[in-house]
Design a protein around this ligand. Structure first.
Ligand SMILES: NC(=O)C1=CN([C@@H]2O[C@H](COP(=O)(O)OP(=O)(O)OC[C@H]3O[C@@H](n4cnc5c(N)ncnc54)[C@H](OP(=O)(O)O)[C@@H]3O)[C@@H](O)[C@H]2O)C=CC1
Ligand SMILES: O=C(O)C1=NCCCC1
Length: 346
């Protein structure tokens, strides 16, 4: 097992420690006009995704962040405005900035309210979310809380039974504490495949499994380029995923005051990639619930699932990859690392 090194190329593939990758990404964000707070927040998020092998939302996203910042579509210096509106409700206007700093700004108040009232809602609007959603919920479960979050994105998914795209890929993430183990966490796009994975498949010249999307004529296709160039994605699970995607539009946009996935127009900002929408979080303090300890019950459920033959829980793959990355370093190919260094001005 080799030790993680800091920006040192090896004969095989270069690997970076989490700290070195985070620092490199922070430099990129700062260099492209974000405030120090925003740079720190986005770099930690993106490096954490890469560490966990969440490649569709790791360093793959950096050129998109940079082109978006350059286009003027997003305010990298935005200071989120947190409003305490009710005993169980916090609102944030992200000021056309990124969603992660808005969550960070509202987090202490949200947790205080959830612990006092048993439940609290955070409604973020006027925000851009270009990342994986699990980093937004996992930390709540690590401190004993249950968290659910939804965010809508940009029109690229055809609602079940319709013939043109309207919804975003609209992920749902959930985290719950578990006694004696990592929290239970899942995070899934409500589309049959995340848009990022379609882009990666197109770049690598791979075909997609059947049932993921349609071409510009509405015909089923397994060609990722046909989906990206005038085509669209399908929801997962037909009418069921479509209903969940609709729910995400309602909660992340209508309830927060953010844009629906079809409402914003970025055509005057060439290079803009980040959806300008909203995000909702619901945080529950399970110590207020009836019965035995929630975390013990979570663990009992997992035990029973393993008892019926389950080998992999959602989150298991990430945790395995996390342990590997922390021990051996985060492996990036030469070309990607070179591109990151260039963006960092190194
Ligand atoms: N910001 C935005 O607007 C958007 C962000 N996204 C992000 O894209 C990412 C990828 O989404 P998606 O492609 O749907 O995710 P996946 O389909 O890869 O995984 C969805 C969930 O299922 C788990 N899982 C996958 N395979 C198995 C299995 N065989 N057995 C048990 N559990 C399994 C995963 O756990 P594990 O992670 O451990 O594999 C994960 O929690 C998400 O992080 C999402 O937030 C997507 C759309 C829009
Ligand atoms: O992968 C996706 O789908 C998306 N990720 C970031 C925001 C846009 C949609």
């Amino acid at each position: 097992m080799s030790a993680p090194n800091d920006h040192v190329s090896s004969a095989v593939s270069p690997s970076l420690s989490l700290e070195a990758l985070t620092q490199l990404l922070e430099t990129i964000f700062l260099r492209h006009g974000t405030s120090a707070d925003v740079a720190r927040s986005l770099a930690a998020n993106c490096a954490g995704a890469e560490r966990d092998g969440a490649h569709s939302h790791g360093v793959f996203r950096i050129p998109g962040y940079v082109s978006t910042l350059k286009s003027g579509w997003v305010n990298g210096q935005a200071v989120p405005q947190v409003e305490d509106v009710a005993p169980g409700f916090v609102r944030v206007d992200a000021g056309n900035g990124f969603a992660q700093p808005a969550l960070a700004a509202a987090r202490p108040l949200l947790v205080e309210k959830a612990r006092n009232a048993g439940i609290a809602v955070l409604a973020i609007r006027n925000s851009h979310h270009f990342a994986a959603l699990w980093p937004d919920v996992e930390p709540f479960a690590e401190e004993g809380l249950v968290a659910l979050s939804v965010v809508n994105s940009m029109t690229c998914v055809v609602p079940h039974g319709a013939d043109r795209p309207l919804f975003g890929t609209n992920p749902i993430a959930f985290a719950a504490p578990r006694a004696g183990g990592a929290p239970i966490v899942f995070d899934l796009a409500t589309s049959a495949i995340a848009h990022g994975d379609v882009q990666i498949a197109a770049r690598q010249g791979e075909r997609l499994p059947a049932g993921m999307g349609v071409d510009s004529l509405g015909q089923a296709t397994q060609d990722p380029k046909a989906i990206l160039e005038g085509g669209a994605l399908l929801p997962f699970g037909g009418h069921k995923g479509s209903a969940l995607s609709m729910m995400v539009e309602l909660l992340a946009a209508a309830l927060t005051g953010g844009n629906f996935s079809f409402e914003f127009d970025w055509s005057n900002h060439p290079g803009a990639k980040t959806p300008w929408t909203g995000q909702l979080l619901i945080v529950i303090d399970p110590s207020k619930a009836a019965g035995q300890s929630f975390a013990e019950r979570s663990q009992e459920l997992v035990r029973q699932m393993h008892g019926v033959g389950l080998k992999r829980l959602p989150g298991d793959r990430r945790h395995l990859q996390r342990a590997r990355s922390l021990a051996e370093g985060i492996v990036l190919d030469e070309q990607t690392l070179g591109q990151l260094r260039e963006l960092a001005g190194e």
